[in-house]
Design a protein around this ligand. Structure first.
Ligand code: LAC
Ligand code: ZN
Length: 445
């Protein structure tokens, strides 16, 4: 079959669920990474169900045409970027919550459901779906699964992977598979489901998923603590964990990032506890005294929901607010063992000075995960500084990415972390799942 006929074949099979107007094609070539797309896609598939996904994949595979699955496109490493000519598969129409079972503590959702909508649906019934990426208002469950999204509550509750029980996926040859089971535990054979989680759309496409959830905690308390300098804030964060406290969120925002969102006059921590009211009260009191002992300039307890919301809203906004300061910023996502966080922050400052780049950082310090941003002056590049940062994270026994994935932007650093033998095994897994290389090509490798 000729390449030029792929659009016609998709149109024949999908009718109006295949669109190829220029405005749509151009808009859907991009994602939040702001990496320039390599091509404008030749069309966009808007599937109605798993059969549409499978049919479109089969047609594309027969033509050797690349497919770029797309959820909220909020990824920061180019996961849904159109990185060569091909077709975008837009999951926006697959946005239904299919089944919510309080008895089973499970919910089945289509891949295009917004994570924030899932939160709301469960909260209304007194439940909690813990994974909470900062982009929850506009990212999707399918995207979260593809990237194994972490977010603001991973310290206590883990990441997206820990809540997935089963999924319907479409393979590279257009087969529809059901992986996992609705039971909360299963060790039946290889855990293919979790191999797909975080595989960035390169092994198979998530169409729907069954997730487990928890009862909502009865109480939540949120503290913010402002510090005179960043090292003091990081040491205080580690101090809380050393005391044996387990906040559900332990977030750090340095002075530059705090200024960008107008939240505080210096670096600050957000510490949030949940659980039984008495337990939460005790933990918050202990955290408050630890923070004060560890040089916090000011500690406040956000009691009113509006105050808590304002704090979290500012925190969620850091990434986009930094774009206003530096539209060409590099947004990195290194993660190190907890004990190495202060060393990582020192390395970051050193790298910034050596490379003449302004640096700042914020993020999930309870997980050792810093979102380092490099803010170059106009027309200056950040590559040298990024390479040094990756090396520093690896030397500190960490990883090049804690939650944003490799995508396009970290490909060149992946071999430094894995080594040749592990990378070669990963490539063989990719070939086994996708011999023709049509699923989200140009990502990870
Ligand atoms: C955050 C995103 C960038 O935590 O991961 O804000
Ligand atoms: Zn994050």
């Amino acid at each position: 079959m000729k390449k030029s006929s792929v659009g016609a074949a998709l149109r024949r099979r999908l009718g109006e669920r295949f669109v190829d107007g220029e405005v749509v094609r151009r808009a859907l070539a991009l994602d939040a990474s702001r990496i320039p797309p390599a091509a404008v896609p030749l069309g966009v598939v808007r599937p109605r169900d798993a059969r549409d996904v499978a049919a479109a994949v089969r047609i594309c595979a027969d033509h050797g045409t690349a497919i770029f699955p797309r959820g909220g496109a909020s990824g920061l490493t180019g996961g849904s970027l159109v990185s060569r000519p091909g077709v975008v598969m837009d999951f926006a129409p697959l946005n239904r919550i299919l089944r919510l079972s309080p008895e089973d503590r499970t919910v089945s959702v289509q891949a295009g459901v917004l994570t924030g909508r899932l939160h709301e649906a469960l909260e209304r019934l007194g439940f909690l779906y813990p994974p909470d990426p900062a982009s929850a208002a506009f990212c999707t469950v399918g995207g979260n699964l593809s990237e194994n999204a972490g977010g603001l509550r991973a310290l206590k509750y883990g990441t997206t992977r820990d809540y997935l029980l089963a999924a319907t996926v479409v393979t590279a040859d257009g087969e529809i598979l059901r992986l996992g089971s609705d039971a909360h535990k299963s060790v039946a054979g290889y855990d293919l489901l979790r191999l797909l989680v975080g595989s960035e759309g390169t092994l198979a496409i998530f169409v729907d998923a069954t997730l487990r959830f928890l009862p909502a905690p009865k109480a939540v308390a949120t503290l913010s603590a402002v510090f005179a300098d960043e090292q003091a804030a990081l040491e205080a964060a580690l101090g809380l964990l050393k005391e044996g406290l387990l906040p559900r969120a332990l977030e750090f925002v340095d002075g530059v990032c705090a200024g960008a969102v107008g939240a505080a006059s210096g670096p600050f921590l957000i510490v949030e506890f949940d659980g039984h009211p008495a337990e939460v009260r005790a933990a918050a009191a202990e955290a408050r005294s630890t923070l004060k002992k560890r040089d916090a300039v000011r500690v406040s307890l956000a009691r009113a929901p509006a105050r808590r919301e304002a704090l979290w809203e500012a925190r969620r906004r850091v990434s986009t607010a930094l774009l206003k300061i530096s539209p060409t910023k590099a947004a990195e996502d290194v993660c190190v063992p907890l004990s190495q966080l202060p060393a990582l922050y020192r390395a970051l400052r050193r790298i910034g000075r050596a490379c003449g780049v302004e640096t700042c950082a914020y993020g999930h310090v309870g997980d050792g995960n810093l979102h380092v941003n490099l803010l170059p002056r106009p027309r200056r590049r950040t590559d040298g500084a990024v390479a040094r940062l990756m090396k520093a994270a690896l030397e500190l026994r960490g990883t090049i990415t804690g939650e944003h994935g490799v995508g396009v932007s970290k490909k060149r650093y992946l071999p430094l972390e894995t080594g040749a033998a592990v990378l070669s095994l990963m490539r063989r897994v990719k070939r086994l799942f996708d011999p023709r290389g049509v699923l989200n090509p140009g990502k990870i490798f």
